[in-house]
Write a protein that binds this ligand. Structure first.
Ligand SMILES: NC(=O)c1ccc[n+]([C@@H]2O[C@H](COP(=O)([O-])OP(=O)(O)OC[C@H]3O[C@@H](n4cnc5c(N)ncnc54)[C@H](O)[C@@H]3O)[C@@H](O)[C@H]2O)c1
Ligand SMILES: O=C(O)CC[C@@H](O)C(=O)O
Length: 524
């Protein structure tokens, strides 16, 4: 008999897939309700209230799977669960429509002063002149991050006669055309739109994406929306721009710290807010509960789950054999993603030599996990990598070749989209380790780890010296350096490694040097 504990008032109707399964007993109640001996629990279902910590996991030695009825898993100690071989699943798209609708409702409410007008009427006032609003029709909506929710918002905005400009560095022109939105640069979205809505995950790249500098690039009178994650818009900078009248108003469903206490933004009449209600509809809650309950049922039936966000269990013997190649593939995925910082529609992995004798599908999935790591708002691993690629319209190919370029094995990854492509080749050398041996056609040789800079430059005398001098003048120590070129006087590359990551300012200084073409920072 499998025992499932459904905590956090998960919608009971959604538990049907488990309630109707033979050999499964569902217990409904919080983890401290005493409804069942925690030692017996095989599966735990939670929303965001239950904190699944190491201490709680200690009390559940039989736990095999945790289901999060929602997207964010910040209340679950994933590392600890993974270490214990516990699979964690979530429901990534069950609340997409609800969150897009909530964002649209917030935008309408913001433009027509609905919450403000509502409270005056409730207070017995009738101030029609105070609440002159703006039509959505004919306005330009800027969407930053066109994933599941951003795409649904775009469809609704277009139906209301708005035009939509989108910034998403990982979106191809083809996909933008299918969705009928105008793919734009970040600066264009800032400067040319009337309303800006953010829909990215919160990552190191998106934290404070809208800040003092970028907000100053927006149109005077712009409106801002955040129904994604607190922190994507810098809250203090937003308060400053509302105070000085540059930003006309903001609608916020999320905050850096929730609930917000004595928050300066809440003091402005032009800021409207909801308490993280994006996913709070009967439909979304039923969807997410049904999705995770079905996943747990699938797991009990010994079938692979679709939305696991941590590593699946694997026999120790197989893992040890494949592990070095697995690590190399994952790092190569990250390298492709960072060096070719563009939308892609196709990714092909080619294996040769001893790498081709392994379970290459598993390696390709590891590669995709590395590729998506900094691009999307969920953990991608070997369980869900192919599904995610398909969902994003990326065709994944796998080939085997007899050409090992003189090595015992190679893994070659080519990413392409919008008529451009990028290739990286790596090898694993026994007793020596992983090496990257070709980057975008340049022969090179470096260890894929640590803080790296990939610099494309013209092959002219003095370029390497200038880079070294700027770094030296700022007391930055170069740990290793590799150079490569195709022909004298043409394009060339450098790969430098450092003991710690370089600041954005430092990278800008290097970018401004003569004969430098592009610089990409890679943290492995
Ligand atoms: N308010 C709520 O209750 C609620 C509910 C569900 C989801 N969310 C949040 O909404 C956000 C979007 O969720 P989703 O399901 O659409 O995610 P998603 O992964 O489908 O989409 C995220 C998109 O952001 C893009 N992106 C990544 N980095 C970017 C960058 N630096 N600049 C521009 N675009 C970038 C990605 O390419 C992707 O298209 C997430 O932050 C999620 O946590 C909030
Ligand atoms: O309401 C919830 O459970 C959280 C909603 C959302 O932020 C999520 O991560 O899915």
């Amino acid at each position: 008999m499998f025992h499932v504990l459904a905590a956090d008032s998960i919608k009971e109707e959604g538990l049907q897939p488990l309630l109707e399964q033979n050999g499964v007993q569902v217990h409904i109640g919080s983890v401290d309700s005493g409804i069942i001996d925690l030692q017996k629990i095989d599966a735990l279902l939670v929303r965001s209230a239950t904190k699944v910590t190491q201490e709680l996991l200690d009390l559940m030695p039989s736990l095999k799977i945790i289901g999060r009825a929602g997207v964010g898993v910040d209340n679950i100690d994933i590392a600890e669960a993974t270490k214990r071989g516990i699979i964690v699943v979530n429901a990534p798209d069950g609340n997409t429509i609800s969150t897009a609708e909530h964002t649209f409702a917030m935008m309408s409410a913001l433009m027509r002063n609905i919450p403000q007008a509502h409270s005056t009427v409730k207070n017995g006032e009738w101030k029609r002149n105070k609440f002159i609003g703006n039509e959505l029709y004919g306005k330009i909506l800027g969407i930053i991050g066109l994933g599941r929710i951003g795409s649904e918002l775009a469809k609704r905005a277009k139906a209301f006669g708005m035009s939509v400009k989108v910034y998403d560095p990982f979106l191809t022109k083809e996909r933008a055309a299918v969705l009928g939105v105008q793919l734009s640069s970040f600066d264009e979205v800032l400067a040319e739109t009337d309303i800006i809505s953010v829909h990215t995950p919160l990552t190191k790249e998106t934290k404070g994406l809208l800040n003092e500098k970028t907000l100053s690039q927006t149109k005077k009178g712009v409106y801002l929306l955040n129904c994604a994650r607190g922190g994507i818009i810098d809250e203090m900078a937003l308060a400053h721009f509302i105070e000085n009248g540059h930003v006309a108003g903001a609608a916020l469903d999320v905050f850096e710290v929730e609930p917000p206490e004595n928050h300066p933004l809440l003091k402005f009449d032009s800021v409207i807010a909801t308490p993280h209600l994006g996913a709070s509809t009967k439909e979304a809650q039923l969807n997410v509960a049904t999705q995770v309950a079905s996943e747990i049922r699938t797991f009990f039936e010994n079938n692979p789950v679709a939305n696991s966000i941590n590593l699946p269990a694997m026999s120790k013997e197989i893992y040890e054999k494949i592990q070095p190649y697995h690590q190399l593939a994952k790092e190569m995925g990250k390298i492709v993603s960072e060096c070719h910082n563009k939308g892609i529609s196709e990714l092909t992995a080619t294996y040769s030599g001893t790498a081709a004798e392994l379970e290459t599908t598993f390696l390709t999935k590891a590669l995709l996990a590395g590729f998506f790591e900094n691009r999307i708002d969920m953990k991608v691993n070997e369980v869900n990598a192919i599904h995610i690629a398909k969902e994003r319209g990326i065709m994944v190919g796998e080939k085997v070749t007899g050409n090992s370029y003189g090595y015992a094995n190679t893994i070659t990854v080519t990413a392409s989209g919008d008529g451009e492509s990028f290739t990286v080749r790596g090898t694993y050398i026994d007793h020596y380790g992983p090496r990257i041996v070709n980057l975008d056609g340049f022969n090179i040789d470096f260890h894929p780890s640590g803080n790296l800079l990939y610099i494309q430059h013209m092959d002219r005398p003095g370029v390497i010296g200038h880079v070294g001098k700027v770094l030296g003048d700022h007391d930055v120590n170069i740990a290793t350096m590799q150079v490569g070129r195709k022909e004298a006087g043409g394009e060339a590359i450098m790969v430098l490694s450092f003991d710690k990551p370089l600041s954005i300012e430092m990278i800008s200084k290097l970018e401004s040097l003569q004969d430098i073409v592009t610089i990409n920072s890679i943290v492995l």
